[in-house]
Design a binder for this molecule. Structure first.
Ligand SMILES: Nc1ncnc2c1ncn2[C@@H]1O[C@H](COP(=O)(O)OP(=O)(O)O)[C@@H](O)[C@H]1O
Ligand SMILES: [Mg+2]
Length: 252
């Protein structure tokens, strides 16, 4: 899905974004940020630093208390339906994203919800399950999949609506090594397709070699925003484990 708006606009812009919760606590405080089309940006920071809260503004799951978020130049609050097709999110807990009785039904939920024709739904679901390697499990109950497979199913679900921006919230949490590799394979493939990728994680090592930028949050504010190689000093003081030196380079 391509933007209908001015091609010179950044893919994502936050202009003094602040989010205050109902209890009065501040989740995000005066964040300015710009992400270009095709960038892979990591969002790191200690638990509670505001990573999930920030990402949730990019597809309108949360709306700003003050400031503005724009996607391809368009304010998020103006058209939530459009934004949610354009910007998709793989949630931290893949169980919470399962809605279908079978793998196939689960992947079909998005295009069904958008009112696509039966043939288009069938085609999109088939392509998406092929892309994540779950075609052989199409009739299986999603809850019986492994952790890595559940995340792959979540990726299949979002692929069916062809989003330009894909957000992963803590994509490695709870996964064993093969699960991490499976998720990284999907991230590499989405990147090769030119999609804009936002990855919230405190596990930097798997994804750092692919990243264009590392943004670090602390108490709802951006405290680092630079190429990974320029953002890695004193990460421990911000609650982020410094990855091994071999991860600092880029492997494209
Ligand atoms: N619904 C809510 N109501 C009140 N405070 C919240 C709510 N959701 C998150 N918070 C608080 O906002 C801060 C940021 O949370 P979150 O974005 O989940 O952090 P992270 O994803 O970096 O761990 C935390 O202090 C958290 O307790
Ligand atoms: Mg979080």
């Amino acid at each position: 899905m391509k933007p209908e708006t001015n091609p010179t606009d950044a893919m994502i812009t936050c202009d003094r974004l602040t989010h205050r919760f109902h209890d009065g606590s501040v989740g995000i405080c005066e964040v300015d940020l710009s992400v270009s089309e095709g960038e892979l940006v990591i969002f790191a920071g200690a638990n509670g630093s505001g990573k999930s809260t920030l990402l949730r503004h990019f597809n309108g799951l949360l709306l700003p208390t003050a400031g503005e978020v724009r996607i391809a130049g368009k304010p998020v609050r103006e058209d939530l339906r459009w934004v949610r097709q354009f910007v998709a999110m793989v949630f931290q807990d893949p169980e919470s994203q399962i809605v279908g009785e079978t793998v196939w039904a689960d992947a079909a939920f998005g295009p069904e919800n958008l009112g696509f024709s039966g043939e288009k739904i069938r085609q999109r679901v088939q392509e998406a399950l092929d892309a994540v390697g779950l075609t052989a499990k199409a009739d299986q109950r999603p809850h019986t999949l492994s952790g890595g497979e559940k995340r792959r199913l979540a990726v299949a679900g979002i692929l069916t609506t062809n989003p330009s921006v894909v957000m992963f919230d803590e994509p490695f949490s709870g996964l064993d090594y093969p699960g991490v590799c499976q998720v990284m394979e999907q991230i590499r493939r989405l990147r090769a397709q030119g999609r804009t990728l936002l990855v919230s994680t405190h596990e930097l090592a798997p994804v750092l070699p692919l990243a264009d930028r590392l943004v670090v949050l602390d108490a709802g504010r951006i405290v680092r925003n630079a190429a990974p190689v320029d953002s890695l000093q004193d990460l421990e003081s911000l609650g982020v484990r410094t990855p091994c030196p071999a991860c600092f380079g880029r492997d494209g």
